[in-house]
Design a protein around this ligand. Structure first.
Ligand code: PMP
Length: 289
């Protein structure tokens, strides 16, 4: 994704897309010292920008990195890159990382860098796959315990097992993978949270060792506004047998129905469809926030 025209905001200035390079001895690449975000703009407004930037700073803090910009400067820079490109609907990738002055596990003095790119990214999954419902494999890798890794951070290093799981799923013809956690409970997909529907109620795992998605929180709120009960609790894999509907939520995935998770089958039902509809209205400013 490096060889193209455009502009990326990097370390406080707008730079040509192709020139936004880092050195091969960058600490982040060797030791995983990077945190990032992902947010979307709809019709020129960035949905939940404040929340995403807050989480970016929280993630950086959890990795011991002090961002050399204010949250306001990052928010302004997001609009700057979008306006420079002339986009109205796009996806943003802000990233904070530890630089390359010193090599070794400890690199307290290395410069903390920041960059924000944005591009047009209509749907994370193909429109056909979204309509029929995605098929998920069950991942071999598990989300680590909160005392094994800083699981509340959106940290690059935590995505190593996500890439492995998604590659393995795709090799078997699946769209994505569902990951269990260190206790064997249902956790999330490789880049999105998971929800289930049974008897008119929604069930979703408690985010105590994985990302509490901003979309997840919005969708819980939308469901409650419709008077649908949402239960956040531990979900064991064999319970999936009894669930009628399942869907994913995430900034990139938005609300995406599931048709299969391993041996379990689901229908693309009314509650899922109404939440897809409500989320679309919310992000486009057609529902009160
Ligand atoms: N879990 C993981 C692993 C993710 O990468 C994402 C996407 N950021 C989510 C959940 C959903 O988070 P959000 O709704 O804030 O995009």
């Amino acid at each position: 994704y490096d060889d193209r025209d455009g502009w990326i905001w990097m370390d406080g200035e707008m730079r040509p897309w192709r020139d936004c390079k880092v050195h091969v001895l960058t600490h982040a690449m060797h030791y995983g010292s990077a945190v990032f975000e992902g947010q979307r703009a709809y019709n020129g407004t960035i949905f939940k920008l404040k929340e995403h930037t807050e989480r970016l700073f929280k993630s950086a803090e959890l990795l011991g990195m002090k961002v050399p910009f204010t949250q306001q400067e990052i928010n302004d820079a997001c609009y700057e890159v979008m306006n420079k490109a002339g986009y109205k609907d796009c996806y943003f990738r802000p990233i904070i990382w530890r630089g390359s002055e010193m090599m070794g596990v400890a690199a307290q003095k290395n410069t903390i860098h920041a960059a924000i790119a944005c591009w047009e990214w209509p749907s994370y999954f193909s429109p056909e796959a979204r309509l029929r419902g995605l098929r998920l494999d069950i991942a071999q890798w598990r989300r680590p315990a909160p005392d094994t890794a800083p699981t509340a951070a959106k940290a690059s290093g935590l995505y190593m097992i996500c890439t492995l799981s998604k590659h393995a799923a795709e090799a078997k013809g699946y769209d994505d993978a569902l990951m269990y956690d260190y206790r064997g409970q249902v956790a999330e997909a490789t880049g999105a949270n998971v929800f289930f529907v049974q008897d008119g109620k929604i069930h979703t795992p408690k985010p105590d060792c994985f990302l509490d998605g901003i979309t997840r929180r919005s969708v819980i709120d939308l469901a409650r506004r419709r008077g649908i009960e949402v239960i956040e609790r531990a979900i064991m894999p064999d319970e999936m047998e009894g669930f009628e509907q399942a869907f994913l939520t995430g900034t990139a995935a938005e609300v995406t129905p599931l048709s299969e998770i391993g041996p379990f089958k689901f229908e693309v039902g009314e509650i899922t469809k109404s939440l897809m509809f409500d989320y679309d209205a919310l992000v486009r400013g057609q529902l009160p926030a």
